[in-house]
Design a protein around this ligand. Structure first.
Ligand SMILES: Cc1cc2nc3c(=O)[nH]c(=O)nc-3n(C[C@H](O)[C@H](O)[C@H](O)COP(=O)(O)OP(=O)(O)OC[C@H]3O[C@@H](n4cnc5c(N)ncnc54)[C@H](O)[C@@H]3O)c2cc1C
Length: 610
């Protein structure tokens, strides 16, 4: 690594040392004849306990030195509340601060309890989420092509004890064994609570594992985590992609360097090329420029990639004009297609008691075991619509989409509607948290001495769409995030059905017969009517922090910002590689997909310049 600011010209400039950015930088710098510069506005904090101790992960979201604290504009759909939206601002980006869940749950089904199958990778229906990218017009982006990169990015390590406990064995067809990110299973769980959850789900028709031959994609799983089992530490793009390669002479990381603009110029043929990048050193205030001999790759995440594009003259002309920015590429898709982010019924942290935290910290430092050595949830289920909503109701919901979107012009909404009709892609995530986990918007605290379980409900493919746009020409003013929460009625309706489903689950054996549940605390027995549940959702709803889509990979006429090579329309050498290129949500949690996109994107760049 070098931090020598006098080097002003590089083959590649990567903007943002986040989840995707460090994959791209490390892969491109494998070629010793290539120079790569990374500009990151945060600092390198991988040595701080909250970053590396898995159980302290949620603290990062409230620490200013590593988190950019976005708040959405007030959302009419949820009583004008703003939703807090932390994004990683550090080396490793959000992979250094997130909740560590790592997996393609559906594609890489993990059998649990009594299910036995060796063949997990060919579940037909499981590929639909990724094949959808190709269906939307992106040639070459499908499950088949991405699988190679999923495997390339990860090493799945399970101990014999974990294998025995969870019935899980790495499957060479779908799990990577030599990639940089360490993926592993929980080291702590409550077998009674998990077993009850799986059994009750099973009684409701949500099986422990899918049948690989009929494409049934529903199922309940043990989640995997981005944790290096040796030492029980977080595995992030910082620890897995950057740290092992930081001594490369051709890899240059500048931290506390905030990019303010891409310098775009026309060549003699009129083509627009990215000549370099302007940034400001946050400590000295010095304004600097670096030049790109080959390409500039934007990896600043779903909120700030669109900001940098707009500040650089690429976006919706009306928005650029409003801030006096010269229009270089008329690309109205920039900052649009922000799907309302999967909402949560309940969230936040279990370790509220300082004495418990200290005891757990002592145990972690002693032998790297205990609650802090692992992720929180060890039981989840991903459920297609027909498993939790009656057929009549599904018909009604589908009709309501037609009423609300009479033009049906948005290809991503059309695709999502088809997915509802086909009923092959899970629409609901239910994560079991063995703790009191209400959203902080409700302002509730647990009663001391009592025990709780919480279900986190996440809508996987919301129909509401929002925007992220600049609200000032000043690069240091955060862009305005407007997810249009619950703007599409179907999202609220499905949320109501999700809550009703969980109530039915709790009346299903073994929950019902084992005397596990004393009473429902939230929403509480008084909330019974659909209107009452909707009111509760508007009060309680939170986000699971998975923004995507704001520089979507789609045909330009469908509102696309990048083409299937991740290059920005109308430019010659400017690409986006981060979560913002995903035009629709994939079921589950996105970081594994962001890594795969970044791996594939790096290959596309290398092949293009060979
Ligand atoms: C609290 C939280 C918990 C989450 N938990 C999970 C989980 O358990 N599992 C999961 O799969 N996903 C989870 N996610 C989501 C997941 O982490 C993100 O989707 C993913 O990491 C995004 O990667 P990215 O490369 O797009 O952006 P990021 O990783 O956010 O990288 C963007 C980088 O660009 C930098 N940057 C931005 N603007 C500039 C600029 N102008 N100049 C220089 N640098 C800039 C940022 O500082 C940052 O380092 C979570 C997210 C949050 C916020």
């Amino acid at each position: 690594m070098s931090t020598d600011a006098s080097v002003q010209s590089f083959d590649y400039i990567v903007v943002g040392a986040g989840t995707a950015g460090l994959v791209v930088a490390s892969r491109l710098s494998e070629d010793v004849n290539t120079t790569v510069c990374i500009l990151e506005r945060g600092q390198n904090l991988v040595e701080t306990p909250e970053m590396y101790i898995p159980g302290l992960r949620t603290r990062n979201a409230f620490m200013n030195d590593r988190t950019e604290r976005f708040n959405t504009v007030p959302q009419p759909g949820i009583k004008n509340r703003s939703i807090y939206h932390p994004r990683g601002k550090t080396v490793g980006g959000t992979s250094s601060t997130n909740s560590l869940i790592f997996g393609r749950f559906v594609q890489n089904a993990l059998p649990v309890l009594d299910e036995k199958t060796d063949d997990l990778s060919n579940d037909r229906g499981h590929t639909d989420d990724y094949d959808a990218l190709e269906r939307l017009g992106n040639k070459g982006w499908n499950w088949e092509t991405l699988l190679e990169y999923f495997k390339k990015s990860e090493s799945f390590t399970v101990t014999p004890e974990q294998s025995e406990k969870f019935g899980v064995h790495p499957d060479l067809k779908s799990d990577g064994t030599t990639g940089p990110i360490s993926k592993t299973l929980p080291t702590w769980n409550n077998p009674t609570l998990d077993g009850t959850f799986f059994e009750a789900m099973s009684s409701m028709g949500i099986l422990h594992t899918t049948n690989p031959f009929n494409g049934d994609i529903s199922g309940s799983w043990v989640p995997s985590y981005a944790i290096r089992p040796t030492g029980a530490v977080r595995s992030s793009s910082a620890t897995a992609y950057y740290e092992p390669n930081k001594d490369r002479k051709n890899l240059h990381l500048f931290t506390r360097a905030q990019v303010t603009r891409i310098i775009l110029e026309r060549d003699q043929s009129g083509g627009l090329f990215a000549k370099g990048v302007q940034y400001q050193e946050l400590d000295s205030g010095r304004r600097c420029t670096v030049y790109a001999k080959r390409e500039v790759i934007l990896c600043a995440g779903a909120f700030q990639t669109p900001q940098i594009l707009e500040l650089s003259g690429i976006g919706n002309p009306q928005i650029l004009q409003a801030y006096g920015i010269e229009i270089l590429v008329d690309l109205p898709g920039v900052g649009k297609n922000l799907p309302e982010i999967p909402p949560h019924f309940e969230t936040v942290d279990v370790l509220l008691d300082p004495t418990t935290v200290q005891a757990e910290l002592d145990q972690y430092h002693k032998d790297r075991t205990g609650l802090l050595a692992t992720g929180l949830s060890s039981a989840m289920a991903f459920i297609p619509l027909s498993k939790f909503i009656g057929l009549e109701r599904i018909k009604q919901l589908i009709e309501s989409i037609e009423t609300q979107d009479p033009d049906g012009h948005d290809s991503t909404l059309k695709l999502q509607k088809e997915q509802l009709v086909e009923d092959r892609v899970p629409q609901l995530e239910v994560a079991l948290v063995p703790a009191f986990f209400p959203t902080f918007y409700l302002g509730l605290t647990p009663e001391p001495g009592k025990r709780y379980i919480s279900f986190l409900l996440g809508l996987q493919h919301t129909f509401s769409r929002g925007t992220v746009h600049i609200c000032s020409p000043d690069p240091f003013t955060l862009p305005s995030v407007n997810p249009n929460t619950l703007n599409h009625n179907i999202d609220l309706e499905i949320m109501v059905d999700s809550i009703k489903f969980c109530r039915r689950l709790l009346q299903t054996p073994p929950y019902e017969s084992q005397d596990i549940i004393v009473k429902e605390v939230i929403p509480g027995p008084n909330v019974q009517t659909d209107d009452g549940i909707k009111d509760f959702v508007r009060d309680a709803l939170d986000t699971i922090y998975h923004p995507i889509g704001t520089a979507s990979m789609l045909p330009r006429e469908d509102g696309g910002v990048v083409d299937a090579s991740l290059k920005i329309y109308g430019t010659m050498n400017l690409r986006v590689i981060d979560a913002s290129v995903l035009p629709v949500h994939v079921t589950g949690h996105p970081q594994a997909t962001v890594y795969a996109i970044a791996e594939r994107g790096s290959d596309l760049i290398r092949k293009a310049t060979q």
